[in-house]
Write a protein that binds this ligand. Structure first.
Ligand code: FE
Ligand code: FE
Ligand code: ZN
Length: 277
């Protein structure tokens, strides 16, 4: 099992690596740029080369990059879709220097255009940015179904993947808070949920887990993350998730409301739930 938390990339990759080691994490996640959008800093190749060596030596990774929240591949306004496409393309180009990195994004909100149009626009965006040489896995995040979010059912994610020409580049990241809020009962029926995932998407498309408790009740479609054990999923829920034979070898990423010391404590707590280490 690989377990990590969210870190700020404002001081570069080597700094994130130090923080991950401090938190006793073996992976981490970060925003590719300010979550509200804007330009990314110029790439520091020296930092990246040092990071790649040190991370490999420390056994850290694969790591996950998260695209900014302001992107929307299925926005109504063409200029927002264009901005999204250019930002994602730039992110992928920059990430191609990090071996094994996973690039996670929110599929988007169809803002009244309907789910089918949303799915078409998301796939269209991906078809314009994916290339056969791309070394990065691109992951659709499972969403809670807040507002007009696309991707809150396994079926919608499957439909997007089916429309992507280079679909071998595509995978899924499962967010525990999102799917629980979205109406998949991972607390009482995790086997059934994963069986459904396998039937509809294929379990081999699952590349990572966002590990969050939820502030809201099952099927609330809300999406408010809670600290592990303090929400409606609860410690017993996480014990089942972490030890599930179909999940236990994946990387897990905390996105709970915490600072570094809080993450360190949460990682320790989660490791104590792991059976047969
Ligand atoms: Fe996310
Ligand atoms: Fe998430
Ligand atoms: Zn969320």
């Amino acid at each position: 099992m690989k377990l990590g938390c969210f870190l700020s990339n404002s001081k570069g990759y080597c700094h994130m690596l130090k923080e991950a080691v401090y938190a006793e994490a073996d992976t981490f996640q970060f925003f590719t740029r300010n979550p509200r959008g804007g330009n990314a800093k110029p790439l520091d190749m020296d930092d990246i080369q040092k990071y790649n060596q040190q991370a490999a030596a420390a056994g850290i990774g694969p790591i996950m990059a998260h695209s900014p929240y302001t992107l929307n591949p299925c926005a109504l306004r063409p200029e927002i879709r264009e901005f999204t496409k250019n930002t994602m393309r730039d992110d992928l180009e920059r990430l191609s220097h990090i071996p094994g990195v996973l690039y996670n994004f929110h599929p988007g909100s169809h803002v009244g255009q309907g789910v089918e149009t949303g799915i078409d626009l998301i796939a269209q965006t991906l078809n314009e940015i994916l290339t056969p040489e791309l070394p990065v896995k691109v992951l659709l995040e499972t969403m809670a179904g807040k507002g007009s979010e696309v991707g809150s059912t396994f079926h919608e994610l499957r439909c997007i993947i089916d429309k992507v020409e280079l679909s071998d580049k595509m995978g899924v990241c499962l967010d525990t808070c999102h799917i629980y809020d979205g109406g998949y009962d991972i607390v009482n029926n995790i086997d059934d949920v994963l069986e459904e995932f396998d039937k509809i998407i294929g379990i081999d498309r699952l590349y990572g887990i966002h590990l969050n408790d939820s502030k809201n009740q099952y099927a609330s479609h809300k999406d408010r993350h809670e600290k592990i054990g303090d929400g409606s999923i609860g410690l017993e829920g996480f014990r089942k998730i972490l030890n599930h034979p179909q999940l236990k070898d994946l990387p897990f990423f905390l996105e709970t409301p915490n600072e570094l010391d809080g993450y360190k404590a949460e990682i320790k707590l989660l490791r104590s739930l792991v059976e047969n280490k």
